[in-house]
Design a protein around this ligand. Structure first.
Ligand code: DP6
Length: 323
């Protein structure tokens, strides 16, 4: 063990969405969620011990100030309130994909920080503790502590858990259709608060969530692609409808988003094993059975409004190396 640890984590995309908080201080979600990790969206974070008494030194994608850096700083301070032996650190974090554009950079970022702090300060936390620590940075980060399929169940201990899945039964390719790589208009935390305070659909969104979670878990267990596709699309559209119902309204979609959604709906009617999901931004994640991916790849690239397409498999466990 040395003074620097290098952690690589993957972003994840929720198929059953988390939207809303039961406790903002503890960042406890109001809904469960279920995600798959994305091998092609990676955060690499180097964390180095600094001398006691020094301030944290933080760089995010080469920048040493800005809202992303402030969030990392608050996360480290919050972590120290719970685990006082987390000393000052130097953090250098880089994403190989656009930050803050609805591609869940906060998920892989805070997961890497939680995993790295646990290793660097020999904190002895288990996977659930690390997941709960990551959750203080971002709710979705609790899931990026693990690879593959991951769930946070509401009745659980507030930590994410990996779901045992036979990879041969779920050979998935995810295409991320990037329709705009600018920062998102309203960050998730603020948007969730506004939704809960003002959307008339919020309570029914929260109420129907357990049924969606149960259906998704059943579909995964039964290797039922259509079942998982149906509940994922429903969860995505119900979440966005709830968000759009906020006052003032929040629109994460742009015209390119709708083009991709309508194209994938047509593919589904034609019988392709494919579906879509959208987070707090205009990008569309198109989830395909690997055997049907070749039919979707070229067409996606040529759709109007699609700037780039990132192709991803399902990510594995985070990697930790000592330097
Ligand atoms: C739409 O995890 O970014 O991606 O906990 O406030 O940081 P905070 O929110 P965040 O929200 C993710 C919302 C989502 C759905 C999901 O990933 O489950």
């Amino acid at each position: 063990m040395g003074d620097t640890v290098r952690v690589q984590t993957n972003a994840n995309v929720a198929l059953v969405k988390y939207w809303g908080k039961a406790d903002e201080e503890a960042n406890l979600p109001a809904t469960g969620s279920l995600s798959i990790s994305l091998a092609a969206l990676t955060t690499t974070t180097l964390i180095t011990r600094a001398k006691p008494g020094l301030r944290d030194q933080i760089s995010l994608n080469g920048e040493s100030s800005g809202p992303g850096v402030d969030r990392i700083s608050s996360f480290l301070d919050r972590g120290r309130q719970i685990y006082p032996f987390m000393g000052p650190v130097k953090v250098e974090s880089t994403n190989d994909f656009p930050t803050g554009a609805g591609l869940a950079s906060s998920a892989s970022g805070f997961a890497a920080l939680a995993i790295g702090s646990n290793a660097l300060f020999d904190m002895g936390l288990d996977g659930s503790d690390v997941s709960r620590l990551a959750r203080l940075g971002s709710g979705s980060a609790a899931r990026s502590v693990f690879g593959g399929f991951v769930a946070i169940e509401l009745e659980g201990d507030g930590a994410a858990k990996p779901i045992e899945v036979d990879p041969n039964k779920w050979p998935l390719t995810v295409f991320i259709a990037v329709t705009d790589s600018a920062e998102k208009s309203v960050g998730s935390t603020d948007a969730m608060r506004r939704t809960a305070d003002s959307s008339p659909f919020y309570q029914s969104w929260v109420d129907r969530h357990p049924a969606d979670m149960a259906e998704a878990l059943r579909s995964i267990e039964a290797s039922d692609f259509d079942g998982l596709a149906n509940v994922s699309v429903r969860s995505c559209l119900n979440m966005h409808a709830t968000i759009m119902g906020s006052s003032p309204p929040i629109f994460y979609w742009n015209p390119g988003t709708l083009v991709v959604v309508q194209t994938v709906e047509r593919w589904r009617e034609e019988g392709r094993r494919v579906f879509y999901t959208i987070d707090a931004g205009p990008q569309v994640k198109v989830v395909c059975h690997r055997d049907d991916a070749h039919q979707c790849r070229d067409e996606l690239h040529s759709l109007s409004g699609v700037r780039t397409v990132i192709e991803s498999g399902i990510g594995g466990e985070p990697a930790v190396q000592w330097r």
